[in-house]
Design a protein around this ligand. Structure first.
Ligand code: ACO
Length: 456
């Protein structure tokens, strides 16, 4: 091909108005979604970093796993719409899809399910870790600790440059999360740990490990089993969210995969992320009555009040969260079959949604219910206590975390994640010996910028 026939490379030109210098930056297009401007050369050529707190316009990696179109309310796993997977698939099939990129055939699925089932036990010595936690420890605190401590085991599978080792670590994580989660719960209620059973499904096993006791077995209700499996499908991955980005960043330094997933669990815990499902139930309980809805909507709109409507709003979805639509339907079914279809909290949730969606403040800002607005009500109907809601989320998201971690390690463009900053602290200054320093003006503690105040 002659030079004239070469396809024109798509670029964007950035001009520094102060100096007149310009740099041509390549544009890269994916399958769907906005194209990206590659800015890797920007610092070298113009001497600038880019500044984008919260990554509003920044793609941190390339990925072929999950696609979200927030404007149109679209969520695809490996190209398949979430609605189709929710209707026809199972969580383990979705986990396979996320990990390997294609839907399995019958034999591949059987082998995968068998592998996961045969990795569900945890090392006996891991059980003693639980004894170190106070009985009222939050189960997410236990999860961070115990999952992280898996990195002290399994030295046979942690050469992350070996694809087979990565695969085994991924299988172990997906398989052991329900066992670790159920044991966290058992510790918090002072009951003995229940071992996994190979004749049960992934979520059936989890429910039994949570609710069986030595004196009485637990029979899994098929509606609870299907509902939990569906919630797990909906939560399995969500491209570069806070916890997934945390797993990737930790993994970018070639850290141990179990420790990386523990860092993801820590990021998920916050109420702005996975902790929202727990916060929704607490909020509904606090609102208490439909008569109080206007008062709480006013609080959510008041900029001087830190209160937000939990389970509302999303960084990416500026249309209805497609997962919320699916889960809302399932919520009706579960409450009809297992709980109380007239559950006052469910009625309250429906009314709150209705009134918020009519309110100019929420309309203008495109604030819609997200997946966690309804998931907590389903968990409650199944009998899962509120402090376990985010733990449930972490089990499902493990499939996405390990798929994203595996993709990242195998990516030839992968480098250690090392963001830069805009430094706005004091300019260079000389050390002042203690005896020459002025007494500090603020007494009684150290003050930091913002609200944080620490005393010793
Ligand atoms: N209630 C009241 N106001 C809200 C809410 C809310 N839930 N969410 C956003 N807003 C307002 C903000 O105050 C802001 O208003 P302003 O433009 O007048 O300042 C505007 O909407 C935009 O909100 P941001 O906080 O800038 O949006 P961001 O994308 O940074 O945050 C987030 C998204 C964290 C999800 C936010 O909507 C929120 O806090 N929601 C409640 C917590 C929640 O449900 N989290 C779960 C997310 S889903 C998941 O992790 C599975």
């Amino acid at each position: 091909m002659s030079e004239r026939e070469q396809p024109r490379r798509e670029t964007v030109t950035l001009i520094d108005n102060a100096t007149g210098r310009r740099v041509e930056l390549p544009v890269r297009r994916g399958t769907h979604g906005p194209a990206v401007i590659e800015i890797g050369r920007l610092y070298k050529e113009l001497g600038y970093f880019t500044y984008d707190p919260g990554f509003l316009s920044t793609a941190s990696c390339r990925s072929a796993i999950t696609f979200i179109d927030g404007e149109r309310g679209v969520l695809l796993y490996r190209g398949y719409p979430i609605e189709q997977l929710a209707e026809h698939s199972t969580f383990l099939e979705v986990a396979y899809l996320l990990l390997y990129g294609e839907l399995p055939d019958r034999e591949q699925l059987r082998r995968f399910e068998d592998t996961i089932t045969h990795h569900t036990m945890i090392n006996e010595s891991l059980k003693s870790f639980y004894q170190g936690f106070y009985h009222d420890a939050h189960p997410m605190a236990i999860m961070v600790g115990v999952v992280g401590s898996l990195s002290a085991f399994y030295h046979d599978s942690t050469d992350i440059r070996n694809p087979r080792h990565r695969e085994v670590a991924a299988h172990r994580l997906i398989a052991k999360m329900p066992t670790i989660a159920a044991a966290s719960y058992k510790h918090s209620v002072g009951e003995p740990i229940v071992y996994p059973r190979n004749d049960l499904s992934y979520v059936g096993n989890l429910l039994r490990m949570m609710f069986a006791v030595p004196t009485e077995d637990y029979v899994v209700h098929p509606v609870a089993e299907r509902a939990l499996d569906l919630i797990f499908i909906l939560h399995a991955d969500h491209e570069q969210n806070a916890s997934t980005s945390t797993v990737r960043l930790a993994g970018s330094s070639a850290a141990n995969p179990f420790a990386c997933v523990a860092s993801g669990i820590a990021a998920l815990w916050g109420p702005a992320h996975g902790g929202a499902n727990e916060a929704v139930l607490r909020m509904l309980a606090e609102i208490g009555n439909v008569r109080n809805i206007p008062k709480y909507i006013a609080k959510a709109k008041d900029k001087n009040d830190p209160f937000r409507l939990m389970g509302f709003g999303h960084r990416v979805y500026k249309n209805y969260d497609p997962r919320a639509r699916i889960i809302r339907r399932m919520c009706h079914e579960v409450l009809r079959e297992l709980g109380d279809d007239n559950d006052p909290l469910f009625e309250l949730a429906l009314r709150l949604e209705e009134e918020a969606l009519r309110d100019e403040y929420f309309i203008e800002r495109h604030l819609y219910p997200n997946v966690d607005f309804y998931s907590g009500l389903i968990y409650r109907a199944i009998g899962i206590p509120t402090n376990m809601f985010t733990v449930m989320f972490s089990i499902a998201r493990t499939a996405g975390w390990v798929a994203q971690w595996m993709e990242m390690i195998a990516d030839p463009e992968q480098r250690i994640g090392r963001p830069r900053q805009l430094y706005d602290g004091p300019p260079r200054r000389d050390y002042v010996p203690l005896e020459q320093r002025e007494p500090a003006r603020a007494a009684g503690g150290v003050h930091f910028q913002g609200e944080a105040r620490v005393t010793d």
